[in-house]
Design a protein around this ligand. Structure first.
Ligand SMILES: Cc1cc2nc3c(=O)[nH]c(=O)nc-3n(C[C@H](O)[C@H](O)[C@H](O)COP(=O)(O)O)c2cc1C
Length: 427
């Protein structure tokens, strides 16, 4: 998408998510960028609207070295990041002292304390300590997929609806500040977990935490990556590559008729466009970790101006007007119009004659493209065989050379195979 023009009077991006107020919806996710007061002061100075502090716990954490694995493609580094990292290595008291410093200097920015503990007493004591430090809310880490879950925390909780509900209610019992339950994507269905957080009294949910993953194997040493002295372990996957999974889970909860909590969307956000997509599919704020680990805090500048200009272009007065705007456009498969039909068209002016569209259609799709006739370089779309799958347009190396054109027949009877008995629009 093109960058929209900046409007003369930039739209106020302030948000209120379940009672947590922030100057904008761009928050740092609980991760290495939110480890210290030094980093948050720098981030807020740069323009970030809020931050979730790196997860606190009681028993000292020892991290492994090395701990990150990267998946890149050509020049694009860190499309996906895998980490074996645990949570904060500092004590609750040390973290709270730093949180207090940040809140003193930036009272209007959102600082949310993320934590995970083993006992009810520990969860409740930490609430008091963080409240004294001035936090604006709490995020319960039910998501870490390695290291902590083996000790009965993190995703072990997030995969057990009874524990999600119970621990949420422990925290809610001792605070009036907003409580966000941060959910793990390492479940087959996010709905029951979101519902459990809601039943436990959560004010909002955050999702997603990282996905279980093994990054790869060094084929020379045969050690899985990243290695710790020649060995590895499964880690948490994040970054651009996880965005579609995060969007799915956020929208699943947003479109559920009995789920009513605000959502802070996380997973692969790195641009204003990513953020706008999360907001459109039901998020009220977004959180960012890997993109900042890739490029630093300064990515916030174009995110702020881009979202402001986009809202102006769409004639939306606030972030909340964008929030959830596309949710009603996600429907059950059965509700899709089986009569709707697109067909591929190749722009003969821009086609470079690489024949990739012909190859993939012939080998891997519906044999609906014929090779270029003698004397031309442009393959031919066979309209009657084209089912409109989009594959040729996705593999074509020339931008906009292959477009999908609406050729829905006037009479549905022309294509009787399109009629599906489950289609509510079946004519
Ligand atoms: C190195 C690393 C450490 C993380 N540590 C935590 C943590 O301590 N607590 C937590 O709730 N999430 C943690 N996360 C998960 C992020 O907050 C976020 O949910 C996830 O990375 C997806 O967002 P992203 O694609 O913007 O990175 C960590 C992520 C990374 C990459």
């Amino acid at each position: 998408m093109m960058m929209p023009q900046q409007s003369l009077n930039p739209i106020n991006l302030a948000v209120n998510v379940a009672g947590v107020q922030a100057p904008n919806p761009f928050w740092l996710a609980s991760a290495p960028p939110t480890n210290t007061a030094y980093q948050l002061l720098k981030a807020f100075e740069a323009g970030w609207g809020g931050a979730v502090w790196k997860t606190l716990t009681n028993n000292p954490i020892v991290n492994v070295s090395s701990r990150y694995g990267a998946w890149g493609l050509g020049k694009h580094k860190l499309i996906g990041l895998n980490n074996l990292e645990l949570i904060s290595e500092k004590s609750v008291a040390q973290n709270c002292a730093e949180i207090a410093q940040v809140k003193t200097e930036f009272p209007n920015h959102a600082v949310i304390a993320s934590f995970m503990f083993e006992t009810k007493q520990e969860w409740q004591e930490a609430v008091k300590a963080c409240e004294q430090a001035g936090v604006d809310g709490f995020e319960l880490n039910f998501g870490c997929p390695h290291g902590m879950c083996e000790r009965g925390m993190g995703s072990t909780v997030g995969q057990n609806t009874a524990l999600v509900e119970e621990i949420t209610s422990w925290v809610k019992a001792v605070t009036r500040k907003p409580v966000f339950a941060k959910l793990t994507p390492n479940v087959t269905d996010i709905i029951p977990v979101g519902m459990a957080a809601q039943a436990g009294g959560a004010d909002a949910v955050t999702l997603i935490n990282t996905l279980n993953s093994v990054m790869g194997v060094d084929l020379q040493t045969l050690a899985p990556q990243p290695t710790v002295g020649g060995y590895s372990s499964h880690g948490g996957y994040s970054g651009l590559a996880v965005k579609p999974i995060a969007l799915h889970m956020v929208s699943q909860l947003a479109m559920h008729p009995h789920f009513h909590l605000p959502i802070s969307g996380v997973g692969g956000v790195g641009t204003w466009q990513d953020a706008a997509e999360f907001l459109a599919l039901g998020a009220s704020s977004v959180q960012v970790a890997t993109a900042v680990m890739h490029r630093g805090f300064s990515i916030i500048k174009p995110m702020l101006s881009g979202l402001q200009a986009y809202l102006a272009e769409k004639r939306l007065a606030s972030v909340s007007e964008l929030s959830g705007i596309s949710v009603s456009k996600l429907v059950a498969w059965e509700a899709l119009d089986l009569n709707y039909q697109v067909k591929a068209e190749i722009n003969a002016e821009t086609c470079i004659g690489c024949n990739l569209c012909y190859t993939v259609c012939d080998d891997a799709a519906y044999q609906a493209i014929a090779p270029a006739p003698a004397g031309t370089i442009v393959p031919v779309i066979l309209d009657e065989a084209c089912v409109g799958c989009n594959l040729c347009s996705h593999v074509c190396p020339v931008t906009d050379c292959i477009t999908m054109v609406n050729k829905t027949p006037a009479s549905a009877d022309v294509l009787p195979w399109m009629k599906h008995p489950k289609n509510p629009r079946h004519r």
